[in-house]
Design a binder for this molecule. Structure first.
Ligand SMILES: [Zn+2]
Length: 231
């Protein structure tokens, strides 16, 4: 697959939406204050969509496995670790493609999010990681916090973070010096506080151009603004 084909596959799943007007998930600012602030953007990454399309996910996982093998000159890793929840399916499929490419020893595992932040590798898998190389796979990487936390969990279990593969990179992630690879990158996404949104202020767009078909926050915005939801 070329980078364009990867991008189109994600668009076909409805995962990557660009050059439009979206209401994002509200954020509590400051955290714990109970005050929710609303944001608008010209880009919306619906990462869960890709997991509804098994055929596309299978092809994307194959692409990650192929590129990883090419990059490492056929030295894959001992484990493919997915970050819950969506990337668990991705880890299994990448592992499958590595196994059928002649690397039968590769195993899949997953990292669970801890309630207070960070990740843990539990459920009996931890003992297997000692001295083993671990490839971390993730659906979308934004700041890199999740993959850094996952690498910490790998090191806590005496494993060796070997690399990171993401389906999509949005932003400039810091992965603590471990190579970050991705199938496609979404550049230049804009985000604004709802009350300062230039698209809402632009007569050519206006508040009624907020998309109601992509996420639940669009229809909620119309309700909040007492606007009739477009059919
Ligand atoms: Zn707006």
């Amino acid at each position: 697959m070329t980078d364009d084909q990867v991008f189109r596959a994600l668009q076909n799943c409805g995962a990557v939406n660009i050059k439009s007007h979206f209401c994002l998930t509200p954020k509590e600012i400051p955290p714990g204050s109970g005050i929710k602030r609303h944001f608008h953007s010209d880009t919306f990454i619906a990462k869960d969509r890709v997991f509804e399309y098994a055929r596309e996910l299978y092809c994307l996982a194959q692409e990650i496995a192929d590129r990883h093998l090419m990059q490492t000159q056929n030295r894959p890793c001992d484990f493919v670790l997915g970050l819950e929840k969506g990337a668990i399916a991705l880890a299994n499929l990448v592992c499958h493609h590595l196994q059928i490419s002649g690397h039968d020893h590769v195993r899949a595992g997953y990292a669970e999010a801890k309630p207070g932040g960070g990740f843990t590798i539990g459920r009996g898998f931890a003992r297997n990681y000692t001295g083993r190389t671990v490839l971390i796979v993730e659906d979308i990487v934004v700041s890199g916090t999740s993959v850094r936390d996952a690498m910490e969990a790998v090191r806590e279990n005496a494993g060796i973070p070997f690399g990171i593969w993401a389906i999509c990179l949005r932003g400039d992630a810091d992965t603590g010096g471990v190579p970050l690879n991705y199938l496609c990158k979404v550049d230049g996404a804009q985000m604004w506080a709802e009350e300062e949104c230039p698209l809402c202020a632009d007569p050519k767009w206006g508040p009624t151009s907020v998309r109601t078909d992509i996420n639940k926050h669009g229809p909620e915005f119309f309700k909040r603004m007492n606007l009739p939801i477009p059919l």
